[in-house]
Design a protein around this ligand. Structure first.
Ligand SMILES: C[S@@+](CC[C@H](N)C(=O)[O-])C[C@H]1O[C@@H](n2cnc3c(N)ncnc32)[C@H](O)[C@@H]1O
Length: 197
C-alpha cells in the first residue's frame, strides 16, 4: 500500500513545498546541474507547483508553468497557463534554457503507461521547438510500451543523457526521469541539407 504521508510528504509540509515532488527535482538537479540562476524555465504539467517553487528558490529569471489544473503559486517571476499542453502554440513563447516535464496522466482507473509515453512525447515535441542550444531537458516518463523508443529518440539530441529514478520516487512506481543536458540544437534544413543550431 502507498504511504501518502511518508517522510518526503512531511518534509514538504515543513518546508512549505506544495508537493513532495519538489525533492525529486532537488535531488536530480543536485546530481545533474540542470537549472542555473537567471535561467528561463518552461514547466510542463506544473501543478500544484512544487517544481516551480524549487526553480524560483534557485533564482531563475522566470518560470512559465502549463497545466490542466490550477496552481496556487503566486510570484512575480511565475507565469501560469491553464491549458492542455496539446493546445499550446509555441510560436511567440520565446526560448528557454530548461524545459521540465513532470506530466502524468490522471491515475484514476487503470494506469496506462502508453498514455504516459504519449504525453511525454508531447512535452518533447514542445521542448525541441523552444529549447535554446545547450539547454537542458528533464522529463518524467513511465516504463511500459514505447518507453525504450522514446528514450532512444531523445538521447541522440543531447551531449549528455541519463535515465534516473530519484530516491524520492515512490517505491514500486514505474516512473523514470530522463535527463538531457546540453541540447545539440534545433534541426533545420537549408538547400536540402539538415543542420543543427
Ligand atoms: C505529478 S503532477 C506534477 C507535479 C508538479 N511537478 C509539482 O511539482 O507540483 C502531473 C501534472 O500533469 C498535469 N497534466 C496531465 N495531463 C496534462 C495535459 N495534457 N496538459 C497539461 N497538464 C497535464 C496534471 O494536471 C498534473 O497536475
Amino acid at each position: 500500500m502507498i504511504n501518502r504521508k511518508d517522510s518526503y510528504f512531511r518534509r514538504a509540509q515543513a518546508e512549505n513545498y506544495v508537493a513532495r515532488s519538489a525533492y525529486k527535482l532537488l535531488e536530480l538537479n543536485k546530481k545533474y546541474n540542470l537549472i542555473k540562476k537567471n535561467d528561463l524555465v518552461l514547466d510542463l504539467g506544473s501543478s500544484p507547483g512544487s517544481w516551480a517553487q524549487v526553480c524560483l528558490k534557485l533564482g531563475v529569471k522566470r518560470v512559465v508553468g502549463i497545466d490542466l489544473s490550477h496552481t496556487k503559486i503566486k510570484d512575480k517571476d511565475f507565469r501560469f497557463i491553464k491549458d492542455d499542453i496539446g493546445n499550446i502554440d509555441v510560436k511567440g513563447m520565446g526560448n528557454f534554457n530548461v524545459v521540465l516535464s513532470d506530466i502524468a496522466p490522471s491515475t484514476t482507473g487503470n494506469f496506462d503507461a502508453e498514455a504516459s509515453v504519449d504525453l511525454s512525447r508531447k512535452s518533447w515535441s514542445i521542448a525541441k521547438k523552444v529549447l535554446k542550444k545547450n539547454g537542458n531537458f528533464l522529463c518524467k516518463v513511465f516504463q511500459g510500451r514505447g518507453f525504450e523508443e522514446f528514450v532512444k529518440d531523445v538521447r541522440k539530441e543531447f551531449e549528455f543523457f541519463k535515465v534516473s529514478k530519484p530516491k524520492a520516487s515512490r517505491k514500486g512506481s514505474k516512473e523514470m526521469y530522463i535527463i538531457g543536458r546540453t541540447f545539440l540544437g534545433k534541426t533545420f534544413t537549408k538547400n536540402k541539407k539538415v543542420y543543427k543550431g
